[in-house]
Design a protein around this ligand. Structure first.
Ligand SMILES: *Cc1c(COP(=O)(O)O)cnc(C)c1O
Length: 376
């Protein structure tokens, strides 16, 4: 008998989502304008605090694109990017005609390595190519080394764009991820910690920047009594129907975070005494991950590979996945500058993600445990 599929990180919906969407439909507010959008933005602002101003958008990728537009980054500019990430963190740099320069990972934290970051900045400044921004990622929900990175950003006066797509609810020193940088972004895609089916948000520090972001997200219509445009805009605003899903989801965010952290405790215990496999976890209490996905790496010298584990889980109808393949290893970006060695590459070669949905049941965990046992 084939058992039900255990997905990596499926959407987690209940009755409120349907109620709110029905309400949006019956009110006839179905376009990218309406009370659910404003409400969803205030919900997020309340959750994040820290003077956050939120613009609800059609995707996390759109939010990154607008952050670059707001910073005035354009053709010929260079942007420093974390190599160990999903392509959506980096492609928007190309949308504005700029060039990504890649930085290796920290071996413990997996995010932007502060040492390589500073080496890269010094090198680019010496060559009269001072980078225009730093795009960092809190990968799989793990907060990046914000102490060091913020210090470097200030020292060289280079703004940070914080890709928090995977890190809603994560904190560093109790400060929410997504609120450290000049701009932060979140994604509400189907697999993220909360979803609007597809959607995203840009976090800025002032109301003015929020309004500017919404201006660009709604085709940059100038104030006039006819259609008047002096700048290029985009169609990036979130729809009121999707914001209705978002408002229903955010009510349960704290519960979802607890469930994801519960999954992490389960995996931590499972791998605690393993001689073969390491679990990716916070190094100390300053870092609080939302544990969007649980990741493991296989220790050196093992006689099995990540692919064997993924295949074995697949046979049991359990979805596990590869880690992000570093951007400097992609055909798309292999000609770009890269500062570092083989840290991100090693993580990619030896790691995988395990099922981590907030709707993972006790029975699911039992099946995962049984299938993983021979490798542990
Ligand atoms: C999901 C994701 C994005 C893109 O968000 P979308 O809403 O899918 O456009 C960007 N960066 C990272 C790290 C992501 O995981």
């Amino acid at each position: 008998m084939i058992q039900k599929k255990i997905w990596l990180s499926p959407p987690h919906l209940e009755s409120e989502e349907e109620e709110f969407v029905k309400d949006a439909l019956s009110s006839n507010w179905v376009a990218p304008l309406g009370a659910y959008i404003d409400g969803f933005e205030s919900d997020l602002e309340l959750f994040l605090k820290n003077d956050s101003h939120v613009s609800a958008l059609s995707s996390g990728t759109a939010a990154l694109h607008l952050a670059l537009v707001l910073l005035g980054i354009s053709k010929g500019d260079e942007v420093l990017c974390q190599t160990f990430t999903f392509c959506a963190s980096v492609n928007p740099v190309k949308y504005v005609g700029a060039t990504p320069v890649f930085i290796d990972s920290d071996p413990i934290n997996w995010n932007l390595c502060p040492n390589q970051l500073e080496i890269a900045i010094k090198d680019r400044i010496k060559k009269f190519k001072k980078p225009k921004a730093i795009i960092l990622v809190h990968i799989y929900g793990m907060p990046a080394r914000m102490n060091e990175i913020v210090t470097i950003s200030k020292k060289y006066d280079i703004p940070i764009i914080e890709d928090s797509a995977e890190a809603l609810g994560s904190t560093f020193k109790s400060i929410p991820c997504g609120t450290f940088g000049k701009y932060g972004i979140f994604s509400f895609n189907g697999n993220k910690i909360i979803t609007t089916s597809s959607g995203g948000a840009l976090i800025s520090k002032t109301k003015l920047e929020k309004e500017k972001a919404i201006f660009y997200a709604t085709q940059a219509k100038d104030r006039a009594n006819h259609y008047h445009h002096s700048e290029i805009g985009f169609n990036y605003r979130m729809s009121n129907i999707l914001a209705a899903i978002g408002r229903a989801q955010i009510i349960k965010l704290k519960k979802r975070l607890k469930q994801r952290r519960g999954n992490h405790e389960f995996y931590k215990k499972l791998f605690k005494h393993s001689k073969n496999i390491n679990i990716f976890s916070e190094e100390n209490k300053l870092f609080v991950s939302n544990h969007w996905l649980n990741c493991v790496t296989i220790k050196k010298g093992m006689d099995f590979t990540k692919n064997e584990i993924i295949d074995e889980l697949a046979k049991a109808n359990i979805e596990a996945r590869q880690l992000w393949k570093p951007m400097h290893m992609q055909p798309l970006y292999c000609g770009n500058l890269f500062f570092g060695s083989n840290v991100a590459e090693n993580i990619f070669n030896n790691g995988l993600c395990l099922p981590s949905g907030s709707n993972l049941t006790k029975a699911d965990r039992h099946r995962i445990n049984k299938t993983l046992k021979p490798f542990i």
